[in-house]
Design a protein around this ligand. Structure first.
Ligand code: NAD
Length: 503
């Protein structure tokens, strides 16, 4: 069983050092498995945000701008690789902290840490490649020549959620630093521990002070002043649609660019030409991984009517076999959801589905063997109609809705029956059909014969109310770069537009 949690007590990470929050306040860290407080994080406010932004601004320009923003990408890459190496070294401690803080199974948290290190390595490569992309010539008509400079946007605000606490932060921190930006990271108040440890790693490897600042705290007290801060040049946000709207509004007065990675209600379409058990496993993984708290969860199953009965029966049998336990217990595959608020919200979604006439086929309740903790059994809901809340709204918990279809056209129509457009999946033995669905589903990420695998080499992001912009991939670093054209008149002849005055 699980050892008593011991977590580091940290302050805010500002200008390369630990600093107590200006108002001296702290927030409890609740372990979702035990519901007990296991420590505290600092509660930053606008005073701390001001200090962090000022430190980031100073770091951008320190030494006449030569040490960070204008240093060759290869110099920054060394720091990113050093951080990656420390992440590997600290992997087991960080994974354990992550599991304690947000409830995700330890094996998944360990995967996250591999991805964290991989993401820093990936963007270190892009920082080096940036040097080769500098000063690209642009062909112009006679007498002119032009080259392009790719410059860091400046000070960036990075605001992130709790479902992959460190990984979502690093998806932003790594490309921002690779580009030469300096940053203020505001992690979720529900899971900030590993992000604060990132501060410790930055200190240990000697990242120049002020390049990365970390201000923990509540959304309205720390996130809001950061997203509207006049000295912040860009906001990169991952979180809910509702907060995404507020971020856009906050950024508008100073016309800051924003990228938004928001929620989803993604479909998975399963045809009748599949190996049922393989398809069942991907379907369950697509919705129940990360305790069901995945933006890209394929939480709407569209199943061909010819195999619907058998498929659903197998899903129920497989889902009863999922080990729901303390995330630190060996073999755990579903831990608690992150907080009491989230727990109550999910239970309400299930109750509303029932009262609207849906059938809760399995789950929807606390597992009998777990008396404490924010646990909900894997939940499968049938008898859905498309106006129901459970079909339309993001639950962000281990809840899968099932609907049958008869034709490919009907499946596509149902798949696109959503305001969101983050992801989609199709499972079929017919590759041409898979390609047709990949084209027709309106989303930023499509999985074929799988659901959820995500790699930093491929761009990530959504359409419609799932946001805009793409993180990761080849273009990931470009989110933090601004392009400057330098155009030169190369002729010795005068321009000759105006008449020269008589002497
Ligand atoms: P949230 O919107 O409640 O919070 C996200 C972050 O915004 C937190 O750090 C929070 O403190 C901060 N915040 C809250 N109010 C703010 C305000 N007024 N101004 C500035 N910042 C504010 O989201 P959450 O509950 O932490 O995360 C779950 C959501 O994130 C889900 O909708 C999920 O789909 C989405 N998500 C999307 C992706 C993606 O890649 N598209 C990835 C992970 C999570």
């Amino acid at each position: 069983m699980v050892a008593t949690a011991k977590i580091p007590q940290r302050q805010l990470f500002i200008d390369g050092d630990w600093r107590a929050p200006a108002l001296g306040r702290r927030l409890p860290v609740i372990n979702p498995t035990t519901e007990a407080s296991i420590g505290e994080i600092p509660a930053g406010t606008s005073e701390d945000v001001d200090a962090a932004v000022a430190a980031a601004r100073a770091a951008l320009k320190r030494n006449r701008g030569r040490d960070w923003s204008r240093a060759p990408g290869a110099v920054r890459a060394k720091y990113l690789r050093a951080i990656a190496a420390k992440m590997v070294e600290r992997k087991s401690d960080l994974a354990r902290l992550e599991a304690l803080d947000c409830g995700k199974p330890l094996d998944e948290a360990a995967w996250d840490m591999d991805d964290v290190a991989g993401c820093f390595e990936f963007f270190a490569g892009h920082a080096e490649a940036l040097d080769k992309r500098q000063n690209a010539a642009v062909a112009l008509p006679e007498n002119f020549k032009c080259h392009l400079k790719k410059e860091p946007i400046g000070v960036v605000a990075l605001i992130t959620p709790w479902n992959y606490p460190l990984l979502m932060a690093v998806w932003k921190v790594a490309p921002a630093l690779a580009a030469g930006c300096t940053a203020v990271l505001k992690p979720s108040e529900l899971a900030s521990l590993t992000c604060l440890e990132l501060g410790d790693v930055c200190k240990e490897i000697g990242l120049p002070s002020g390049v990365l600042n970390i201000v923990t705290g509540l959304g309205h007290e720390a996130g809001a002043p950061l997203s509207s801060h006049p000295d912040v040049d860009k906001v990169a946000f991952t979180g809910s649609y509702a907060t995404g709207q507020k971020i856009m509004v906050a950024a508008a007065p100073t016309v800051k660019p924003v990228t938004l990675e928001l929620g989803g209600k993604s479909p998975i379409v399963v045809f009748d030409d599949v190996d049922i058990d393989k398809a069942v496993e991907w379907t369950l993984f697509g919705c129940f991984w990360t305790n069901g708290q995945i933006c890209s969860a394929t939480s709407r199953l569209l199943i061909h009517k010819n195999i619907a009965k058998e498929f659903v029966d197998r899903m129920v049998a497989w889902s009863k076999n999922i080990k729901v336990s303390d995330p630190l217990e060996e073999g755990c595959r579903l831990g608690p959801v992150v907080s009491e608020g989230q727990y109550e919200k999910i239970k309400k979604f299930v109750a509303n589905a029932k009262s609207e006439g849906a059938t809760i086929l399995t789950g929807g309740v606390r597992p009998k063997h777990l008396e404490k903790g924010f646990f909900i059994e894997p939940t499968i809901i049938t008898d859905i109609n498309t106006s129901m809340e459970i079909w339309r709204e993001e639950v962000f918990g281990p809840v899968l809705c099932v609907k049958e279809f008869s034709t490919e056209e009907e499946a596509i129509e149902l798949a696109n029956d959503t305001h969101y457009g983050l992801a989609g999946a199709v499972i079929s033995g017919d590759r041409e059909r898979c390609q047709r669905l990949a084209e027709e589903i309106d989303a930023g990420c499509i999985w074929v014969n799988c659901s959820q695998p995500c790699f930093c080499q491929a761009p990530w992001g959504g359409n419609k109310r799932s946001g805009f912009g793409r993180e990761l991939g080849e273009g990931g670093i470009d989110n933090y770069l601004s392009i400057k054209q330098v155009t030169e008149y190369t002729s010795d002849a005068p321009w000759g537009w105006y008449k020269a005055p008589a002497n």
